[in-house]
Design a protein around this ligand. Structure first.
Ligand SMILES: [Zn+2]
Length: 234
């Protein structure tokens, strides 16, 4: 057999392998706010930072990006194609993130069963006393609610305190937010504990809890897609 024929057979085999192993799904990831400029050290979203009594300043955009990085590792371990629509550190607008997500959705020919939008945040309140996590969707019963409902047990199983709002019959909260309202695919926001409450920092800054949370988030995605959870490298 000629070398070219051998090569083309190899490529055929590799293509088949890729087709078999990579499911036709897309996980769209969003870190919510801007992070810190690596050159100047300036937080890009000053409205989302909190100085604790001991002088420690936490930037939500940075905390969100740390979880985003773990979510990406979890997607890779499970062969899930993903797209990040937030910037590396800048605070790109909600409409920019939505535009990128909806363009990928359209161009990839996805539907609401094989493409989801996950917005990763940390919570804060005016009293700085909030505890636990929240899953949030837009109003009304949609596939977004299904995604949240499927995901919640993974957080519970991993020992997280999940706040619930049964106002519309299911556990997730309903907020009127652009990334939840304007995205074409099922969209869910995670508020991962309260970065302005000192009693929550033990969880927020604990790497094992962070990993555990992102495993739960991606296990929820895998389950929603009807796929098998493969493994975790976290
Ligand atoms: Zn936020």
């Amino acid at each position: 057999m000629s070398p070219i024929r051998v090569l083309s057979k190899k490529i055929d085999r590799l293509t088949k392998l890729v087709e078999n192993e990579v499911p036709n799904v897309l996980v769209i990831l969003d870190a919510g706010h801007g992070g810190v400029d690596p050159n100047t050290g300036i937080n890009q979203t000053p409205s989302r930072e909190f100085e604790h009594a001991d002088g420690k300043v936490l930037y939500e955009g940075m905390l969100n990006r740390n979880l985003l990085r773990l979510a990406i590792i979890e997607c890779v371990a499970n062969n899930l194609p993903y797209l990040v629509v937030s910037d590396i550190y800048q605070d790109n607008s909600i409409s920019d993130r939505v535009r990128k997500a909806n363009a990928a959705y359209k161009m990839g020919g996805y539907d609401e069963c094989n493409c989801i939008y996950l917005s990763i945040h940390h919570d804060a309140t005016t009293t700085h006393t909030g505890t636990g996590i929240k899953l949030i969707t837009y109003f009304g019963q949609t596939k977004s609610d299904e995604l949240a409902t499927i995901t919640e047990p993974f957080f519970i199983k991993n020992g997280f305190k999940v706040n619930r709002d049964f106002g519309d019959g299911d556990m997730d909260f309903e907020y009127n937010l652009g990334v939840l309202r304007e995205t074409k695919m099922p969209a869910k926001m995670l508020e991962f504990h309260h970065y302005d409450n000192p009693s929550e920092l033990e969880i927020i800054l604990n790497q094992e809890r962070q990993k555990s949370a992102m495993k739960a988030l991606i296990q929820g995605a895998v389950s929603y897609f009807g796929l098998q959870y493969l493994n975790s490298t976290l």
